[in-house]
Every structure is written in C-alpha cells, then in structure tokens.
Design a protein around this ligand. Sequence first.
Ligand SMILES: [Zn+2]
Length: 63
Amino acid sequence: MPLNIRTGDILELKKQHPCGGKEFEVMRAGMDFRVKCLTCGAQLRLSRPKLEKRVRKIKTGES
Ligand SMILES: [Zn+2]
C-alpha cells in the first residue's frame, strides 16, 4: 500500500544522510520525490519506491 507522503511532510528515514541527519522535508511529491536534509540542507531526488522503502516514520506538519 502506497504511503501518503505529501509536500511539507517531515520524514524520518532508516538510512541517515552522510551528514548524520535522519530527518528530511518533502519539497516535491509525485513520481519522483525531492527531499531536503534538515541537518545540512542538501536536496536529494528519489523515486517513490526507493523513498517508501527508506521511510521509517512520517512526521506530518499539518493534517
Ligand atoms: Zn544531510
């Protein structure tokens, strides 16, 4: 079942960024996702299946 990931959500990923951060903000949602590391500010582009596999938790800002 696909996860409901939306722009603005904060994601906690299983695999941390090389900078040590685990929390990422969703900048763009769609076929591909763009997420920003909240620790160092780097942006990554991930396909949906790849991102869904890495998500540990969705910390939604708004409901
Ligand atoms: Zn980072």
